[in-house]
Design a protein around this ligand. Sequence first.
Ligand SMILES: Nc1nc2c(ncn2[C@@H]2O[C@H](COP(=O)(O)OP(=O)(O)OP(=O)(O)O)[C@@H](O)[C@H]2O)c(=O)[nH]1
Ligand SMILES: [Mg+2]
Length: 453
Amino acid sequence: MAEVIAAIATGTAPCAIGILRLSGDGCAEVAGRCFALKSGQPLTAAPNRRLVMGTLFDAQGRVIDQALAVYTRAPHTYTGEDTVELQCHGSPAVLRAGLDALFRAGARQARAGEFTKRSFLNGQMDLTGAEAVVDLIDAETADAAANAAAQVGGALFRRLDPIYQNLTDLCSHYHAVLDYPDEDIPDFRLADFRTTLERDLEALRQLDESCERGRILKNGVRVALLGRPNVGKSSLLNALAGFDRVIVTPIPGTTRDTVEERISLGGLPVRLIDTAGIRDSGDMVEALGVDRSLAAAKQADLALLLADAAEPLTEEDFRAIEAAKAARHAAAVLSKSDLPAVLSPEDLPFETVLSVSAVTGEGLDALSDYIRGLFASDRPCDGSILTNARQQEAVRRAMQALSEALAAMQLGITPDAVLLEIEAAMEAIGELTGKTAREDITQRIFARFCVGK
Ligand SMILES: Nc1nc2c(ncn2[C@@H]2O[C@H](COP(=O)(O)OP(=O)(O)OP(=O)(O)O)[C@@H](O)[C@H]2O)c(=O)[nH]1
Ligand SMILES: [Mg+2]
């Protein structure tokens, strides 16, 4: 018997419609204790999947709201259980009162991710699909949403499950070799398996390679703006963000801390990080800010070193240049291109040197194209992109095991050595799809969800 759980499924801000959601055995009976249908029918008799109108009321019989309800019978529901959804007016007070009424009627508060966890446990979706629900809710770009939506629909499962099935076949073959050593089990089948194993390994390698794209889809590219004070870092952040996000003044040392703003460059999510100008400062606050600038450079996917095109390079510029080189990618930007130039691209020790003016906007498109060229990908967002560290770790473990199995096969090592590796790979893939995932792992996954999902 699945306990009846209830939660507010929509956000906490006032809006047009708010939804209360229930799932579990007898949820229509529970909801029916505080929802009276206009037709006079009990909610338990409401037609399947049809909206019915009625009144939501509290334990004292006071009206909370006029609402719509939909009762969907198991098993064709999100959770695989009977579910009821009440569509109320989206006032937080109404929803809170409605939820309280449902608790008094016998439901209990759903825990974070409990609806989706039930869906997974009832076999409605695999673990990769369930995990993608969070990605879909959190998606900030159309690409991220498309990848997550495809995974909710089982795209990742459909890539992983055939591998799992191949390995199951292989295992049974090797078991036969082990258990019936006297039987003549044909060698040519081993050769067949080698080919499928190599193909499986390649499929896993592609998934592993997709992780970098997944990280960008989910977290954005980290682009740090570095340079000595007053070169125009904050002005460039404001120009790219399209509004006055950070303070700009002619006083060197204006920015004292790192400031982050998320922007989209033609669909590519970017975390733009403005930093304190790099210089030696006796001021404790500014010195701490410079430490943060150096740390931001190290963590950046791309460091943009800004140099004021209208002034000669100084010692401080060279310190900033050195800091920028710590990032994964680095490029130079000659700023203030609207002023008469003193510097030229050759003065800066970078392969790429761009030129921009935050005042006129000149060069901003080229800068955006450069960043997109480095990180945007043509890879389709069809659910084949891994987006979390847990998935990548499991894929890598499966790859490692398959490589060892192939090596053992090639060397003609005893079947049990091959079998051991194949089983390790199956275990890793099973953890991904949820076939063999341990309870503590699933617990951790669903704890990341919001209540009501
Ligand atoms: N003409 C011109 N002036 C600019 C441009 N970008 C910035 N400035 C000016 O340069 C001065 C410093 O700009 P900021 O953006 O505050 O420079 P910063 O690098 O953030 O400086 P700190 O925060 O002190 O490290 C301000 O007076 C800006 O108006 C530009 O493209 N053209
Ligand atoms: Mg600044």
